[in-house]
Design a protein around this ligand. Structure first.
Ligand SMILES: Nc1ncnc2c1ncn2[C@@H]1O[C@H](COP(=O)(O)OP(=O)(O)OP(=O)(O)O)[C@@H](O)[C@H]1O
Ligand SMILES: [Mg+2]
Length: 233
């Protein structure tokens, strides 16, 4: 089976080589758990390896996103086949129409067109919470079933960023995304003692894959992401 590598050192081995191509993967985590950075880096590294990718940013502006990613060492973006769609900008320019539009529908049409025309291999949506706030979901379960079905039918691997409250009830999505997604990567900050906090990553599920389920420490060293074993106290 073809797999999309994450290029996070040590992680692809735990996933049997990577994420099965064509999967819809949820990247869940509380605020500041590097959901954006990790997802962007997966697209970035794949583009460096020859793929084409589309990053759809609903709230963070293109300028802010680029600056943040460059400060993390993801440089040379201007010459890469990594396209950033800045929905925030479109929203600001069409403020009066914002509420009358159903962005879930608009985005679906846009993604469909661009994946077919430009041949994107990877697509990321940052974030689902922002998308929901712009869409009137009459029946969320049904609407998301169709949205996920559409994404699965695409000739691309998709990453959907899902914001979960810190110290929440354990749910990794707002509706039924956990059950609709093919895979879930979960990021979480662990308090260690009185003062330290450690960022950890775990693969909660990955269909068609025999994978590890445990937590690993996620480190960004200025050049790449890497995993280290999490020692349980
Ligand atoms: N150069 C860096 N090296 C390591 N970590 C960094 C660096 N720059 C920022 N960070 C960390 O990354 C965090 C932000 O990452 P990111 O924006 O990807 O998180 P996020 O989960 O997408 O956040 P949000 O919930 O706000 O969308 C910062 O809060 C900071 O802790
Ligand atoms: Mg983010």
């Amino acid at each position: 089976m073809d797999r999309v590598r994450t290029f996070i050192d040590g992680f692809d081995e735990l996933l049997g080589g990577g994420v099965p191509k064509g999967s819809v993967v949820l990247v869940s985590g509380a605020a500041g758990t590097m959901k954006t950075a990790m997802t962007f880096s997966i697209l970035y590294e794949n583009v460096k390896a020859g793929s084409k990718a589309l990053y759809i940013s609903l709230e963070e502006s293109q300028e802010d996103l680029r600056a943040a990613m460059e400060s993390l060492g993801l440089t040379g973006l201007e010459d890469m086949e990594l396209y950033i769609l800045d929905i925030g900008k479109i929203r600001l320019e069409h403020r009066e129409e914002e509420l009358s539009k159903n962005w879930l529908e608009i985005l679906q049409k846009y993604i469909d067109q661009r994946v077919r025309m430009n041949g994107f291999d990877l697509v990321a949506v940052d974030s689902l919470a922002a998308l929901y706030s712009l869409s009137s979901l009459a029946n969320p379960r049904r609407d998301l079933f169709h949205f996920f079905g559409f994404l699965k039918g695409l000739d691309a691997t998709t990453f959907l960023i899902s914001e979960v409250p810190s110290g929440g009830d354990g749910r990794l999505g707002r509706f039924e995304e956990e059950f609709l997604a093919d895979g879930i990567l979960y990021l979480r900050q662990f308090e260690k003692g009185e003062t330290d906090v450690q960022l950890r990553l775990r693969c909660v599920k990955m269909r068609r894959t025999k994978h590890e389920r445990g937590y690993y420490v996620l480190i960004r060293d200025g050049v790449k992401f890497q995993l280290a074993p999490a020692i349980s106290e």
